[in-house]
Design a protein around this ligand. Structure first.
Ligand SMILES: [Zn+2]
Length: 380
């Protein structure tokens, strides 16, 4: 694709620009950040340029991936994931607090620039995660794919929640799917549903962030002679110099007009995206029926959770992972209902049991045996 900006490379999930960036940053430095963001499964062999694409010896668990993305969402502060916030006895006395470890990994300015870049796969014309958009609420999201389509990922966050979805088999096997990343579909359906009734929200812009009009062709500050321009966000003092390909005086950055949407309340239409297995059209009728049932179930769920959702009007100071969100009493009741349902087989019962021991997640994301390599040129 020739010369390309980070924003455009991220939007369409290109590989080469990130390998080149890794060369500049060095894998050693990248690993030190990954570890500070809670990734514990890296090996000496991961100290290679393939790291830029997620080509890892042992893979990463979805839980650790969520903690790493939550570090960006939480303005550069890593917060150790937990499955509970506190335990109280029958008299309301606290028996145990979760005491999550916290540490600053990078500045809120760096986090903000990352957030704005990670919106591109959702908001960009050629974005690989456009179906993850939630109207009125900023969404940052990144897709991931491994060789042979063994693994599909969607990692992302809003000002309210961070969530990570992984889709694949315990033993590496090619995933059959039709057009859209199944992990992304799960992510979008769950995130839309849990944001139902939430106020419009934008990522908070800290001080010492500057915006600049950028020439698409050179990635430098636009002059009046540049025809293709867009707004980019920089840490103060890191803006590029002026375009060397076109002439004219420096173009002042436009104001972005996103602020107007802040007063709206997002209402989920319960129109879930469907997981599209690669199958023949004759199953259409069945899918339609199944869809109606699903929508009804979701509506019931929403009614039960209404009071929790209505309490939340503004983004929390601390972005939560979805794992944390299984704690409210109503949700636990929902989980039990699922477990008691005779329609579920044994495996699903285990997956839905809120034991919170992390074992299932660890096994699910682990490619230990075959060490798959990331290849992201194809997406969705
Ligand atoms: Zn130019």
């Amino acid at each position: 694709m020739g010369e390309i900006t980070v924003r455009r490379a991220l939007e369409s999930s290109q590989n080469i620009p990130f390998v080149e960036m890794m060369e500049q940053i060095t894998p050693k430095k990248a690993i030190s950040y990954l570890e500070k963001m809670g990734i514990t499964s890296l090996t000496d062999e991961d100290e290679s340029l393939a790291l830029a694409l997620g080509g890892l010896q042992n893979g990463v668990t979805p839980l650790e991936m969520a903690s790493a993305y939550a570090t960006i969402a939480n303005d550069g502060i890593y917060i150790e994931p937990t499955f509970y916030s506190s335990i109280v006895d029958s008299r309301g006395r606290t028996v145990m607090n979760s005491n999550q470890e916290k540490r600053t990994v990078f500045s809120e300015q760096v986090a903000y620039v990352l957030k704005k870049l990670l919106q591109q796969p959702v908001d960009g014309t050629y974005g690989t995660a456009t179906y993850c958009a939630i109207p009125g609420i900023d969404v940052a999201a990144k897709t991931g794919t491994t060789d042979e389509n063994y693994d599909k990922w969607l990692c992302g966050f809003t000002p309210y929640y961070t969530a990570v979805a992984w889709f694949g088999f315990d033993q590496n096997e090619t995933i059959k799917y039709n057009s859209q990343n199944p992990a992304g579909i799960m992510w979008a359906n769950v995130m839309r549903s849990i944001h139902d009734g939430f106020s419009g929200a934008r990522f908070y812009q800290p001080s010492r962030i500057v915006t600049a009009e950028i020439c698409e062709d050179t990635g430098k500050i636009a002059r009046t002679g540049c025809t293709n321009t867009y707004i980019e966000y920089f840490l103060q003092g890191t803006e590029p110099s002026q375009c060397t390909k076109h002439s004219g005086s420096r173009v002042k950055a436009r104001e972005d007009n996103e602020k107007e949407e802040e007063n709206i309340i997002y209402t989920d239409d319960n129109n879930d995206l469907e997981l599209n297995p690669d199958e023949e059209e004759e199953t259409n009728t069945e899918v339609q029926n199944g869809n109606n049932v699903t929508n009804e179930n979701i509506q019931n769920e929403n009614t039960q959770n209404e009071d929790i959702q209505n309490e939340v009007g503004v983004p929390p100071a601390q972005n939560n992972t979805v794992a944390n969100d299984t704690l409210p009493e109503n949700d636990v009741v929902d989980e039990n209902e699922i477990i008691d349902s005779p329609e579920n087989d044994g495996n699903e019962e285990i997956n839905n049991t809120p034991t919170g021991d992390g074992q299932i997640d660890e096994e699910a994301g682990n490619n230990e045996e075959n060490g798959t390599e990331m290849v992201e040129s194809e997406e969705y």
